[in-house]
Design a protein around this ligand. Structure first.
Ligand SMILES: *Cc1c(COP(=O)(O)O)cnc(C)c1O
Length: 365
């Protein structure tokens, strides 16, 4: 079943749903951007037209996240994954140590990359509970001489999310926010560096946002390839080389959309309402649906659950697919089901999924 406007119920984990008004605007502007007679994709990245798009995206992000002037905003490539390497390359100097909080597959990957460069250690791990929860801040092990502490704010595959970040004092806190940036407010001042691939909450794939405190730029290793240096990208306003111009344009439009609907406060309200619809369907099912995350660690962005056996899961996914729901399979590494309810996923789609879940339960109990 396709909705009347021919958009499916898209619950993809990434790349994922984009706000419809953003897609419509991009379509409108595609052939002739601001009366320039060409697409934004065809403009020089050194020209005034593109420059305004680029700088507006930066200003909007600063505004939405209340980012003070002692931070630099960078638009890089290589996804969240390249940040796994760039961070230790820049900061894990000889003899220094960096802690990694292991809360799922992405933090494990970041940890493995860091070990290739230097002395990375486990600051905490929730592997023992199959990553069902986020550790308490007092459980984290790190030392004031560490070069940084790394965590993953939202665990896309397991469906858990940090609610309260640790105060790490003089140790720069680094967070992979790929799957929950701009979904709930957080205090940027607690962090030395934040990074996020755009394709979950910010826009299409191809752009990675990095927000870095300026004092860290000076502390970075200098004997690494030029393209890997945060300082080079900062010095050149992310125009050291050709940036992904269309992706940055789309990112700017997604940020405009968030501003237009009421900013982070409104987005948070919507995300809480959306997630509740689906978590309620799980909780009220009395064990027909089995949520993966412990309730206190539940993610507002990725809702992970299983059914009592794989046959029933298959049936659920097949019937959901027939009803027009897309992307409900769990990550290939863990199976089960996952609904990704990122910023751009409309309330109505979550409502439809919740209703489908009640309906499916009643027929299959
Ligand atoms: C998707 C994701 C990544 C990987 O992003 P790529 O852009 O594919 O490299 C990293 N971290 C988290 C938390 C993610 O959700």
């Amino acid at each position: 079943m396709i909705q009347t406007n021919e958009r499916t119920y898209n619950f993809n984990a990434g790349p994922s749903a984009l706000p419809q008004p953003v897609l419509e605007r991009a379509q409108q502007e595609l052939l002739n951007f601001q009366d320039t007679g060409m697409s934004i994709m065809e403009h020089s990245h050194r020209g005034a037209v593109y420059e305004e798009v680029h700088n507006k995206a930066i200003t909007r992000l600063k505004d939405l996240l209340s980012i003070p002037d002692d931070y630099e905003i960078l638009f890089l490539q290589g996804g969240g994954s390249l940040q796994f390497s760039m961070i230790p390359m820049n900061f894990l100097q000889n003899g220094k140590k960096a802690g990694y909080v292991l809360t799922g597959a992405w933090s494990e990957k970041a940890f493995s990359e860091a070990k290739l460069f230097g002395d990375a250690f486990e600051a905490a791990s929730t592997k023992g509970s199959n990553y069902r929860h986020i550790p308490k801040n007092e459980e984290l092990i790190y030392d004031s001489s560490d070069t940084y502490l790394h965590l993953t704010s939202n665990n896309t595959i397991f469906g858990t999310q940090w609610r309260e970040y640790p105060d790490t004092g003089s140790v720069p806190l680094i967070a992979d926010m790929s799957s929950d940036i701009l979904s709930i407010p957080f205090d940027i001042n607690k962090f030395g560096l934040i990074y996020a691939g755009a394709q979950k909450n910010l826009g299409p794939s191809g752009v990675t946002v990095v927000i870095i405190r300026k004092d860290l730029l000076e502390k970075a290793n200098s004997n690494i390839p030029t393209m890997m240096k945060y300082s080079i990208h900062a010095k050149n306003n992310s125009l050291y080389h050709t940036p992904p111009t269309f992706g940055i344009y789309m990112l700017g439009e997604v940020l405009r959309w968030i501003q237009d609907i009421g900013g982070l406060k409104e987005i948070t309200k919507r995300n809480e309402e959306k997630a509740k619809l689906i978590y309620d369907a799980i909780d009220e099912s009395k064990g027909f649906y089995i949520g993966h995350a412990e309730p206190a660690s539940r993610s507002l962005m990725n809702i992970t659950f299983r059914l009592r056996n794989e046959d029933l899961e298959k049936k659920f996914l097949t019937e959901a697919c027939k009803e027009g729901f897309v992307g409900l399979n769990g990550h290939r590494s863990v199976g089960g089901c996952r609904a990704s309810t990122y910023n751009a996923v409309p309330y109505e789609n979550c409502k439809a999924l919740s209703e489908f879940m009640y309906h499916f339960k009643n027929l299959n109990e």
